[in-house]
Design a protein around this ligand. Structure first.
Ligand code: BT5
Length: 254
């Protein structure tokens, strides 16, 4: 048993380095879609799909992910077999993305539950996890704005999105390839982490805790995450536990 497996209480040792095999397309519909196809065909843990450009990049709940060609990291990784640790996979992925961004550029990342990555309250990266839990595999899809210029974001995203190059101001030798290397490194490590470590790393980066938030049916003060990664919100009627869905920071304050 590996040291990591022992540290996680004896969970099955699996994983190891991710990134091979690596399928790269100059233009794909969606790296998640391609990775899901490979996953359904039995592709191994760690299989990586990347693209310079996506014609149908996806966010959650049918939303779109927009990225100009060659300026963003667009990557999907197959994780299998899923086990009990993976209830925290969305949080582990977000922590890994933060670490990779901070390794590649002089920025500080925060996480908006469950796994949007923010720099200075603007979204620099998103994570979309899809898969077949009943077959015990999933695809972790990551989109990071790397060298996108502010003017290259669609007008409706300009106030809400940023890139590493914009946020860092001194991009140096920042590139999609550098960030990919950093992400493979950090994701490999975080996939082996015991739950307590994922939770503590995530909580240190929590962008919402203590702040007023709204969701579909109400509002309250964000109170962190529980040990399963659910968002806790203190509302007028008491504490609410949110397992899924959308939460928005109430920008007006109160
Ligand atoms: C996400 O969804 O944030 C998950 C995004 C995952 C994208 C990756 S790219 C590689 C892989 N293959 C895919 O097809 N997808 C994954 P969500 O939380 O639903 O956020 C989507 C919303 O973010 C959109 O409705 C826009 O408001 C905003 N958005 C779109 N493109 C953006 C960008 N480049 N930067 C910042 N915000 C963006």
């Amino acid at each position: 048993m590996s040291a990591a497996a022992r540290a996680s209480g004896g969970a099955a040792a699996r994983r190891g380095r991710i990134g091979l095999p690596h399928v790269h397309g100059r233009e794909l519909d969606s790296t998640n879609e391609r990775a899901k196809g490979l996953g359904a065909g039995g592709a191994p843990h760690g299989t990586l799909v990347t693209a310079d450009r996506q014609t149908a990049g996806r966010g959650r709940q049918g939303r779109r992910w927009e990225a100009p060609a060659g300026r963003a990291l667009l990557a999907s990784v197959i994780v299998r077999p899923l086990d009990e640790r993976d209830v925290l996979l969305p949080l582990a992925a977000a922590v890994a993305v933060c670490e990779a961004c901070e390794h590649a550029a002089p920025v500080t990342c925060r996480i908006k539950w469950p796994n949007d990555v923010w720099i200075d309250r603007r979204k620099v990266a998103g994570v979309l996890i899809e898969g077949r839990p009943q077959e015990r595999w999933a695809v972790v899809g990551v989109g990071v704005n790397v060298t996108t210029a502010a003017a290259e974001f669609p007008p409706e995203l300009r106030g809400a999105a940023t890139s590493l190059a914009v946020a860092a101001r001194e991009p140096g030798d920042l590139s999609v390839a550098t960030l990919l290397e950093a992400l493979l490194e950090s994701l490999s490590a975080r996939l082996e982490d015991p739950p307590e470590r994922i939770l503590s790393e995530w909580r240190e980066r929590d962008a919402l805790v203590g702040r007023p938030v709204d969701w579909g049916e109400g509002g309250g003060i964000a109170a962190g995450v529980d040990d399963q990664g659910n968002l806790l919100v203190d509302a007028a009627a008491g504490r609410v536990v949110l397992g899924a869905g959308e939460v928005h920071l109430r920008r007006s304050g109160g």
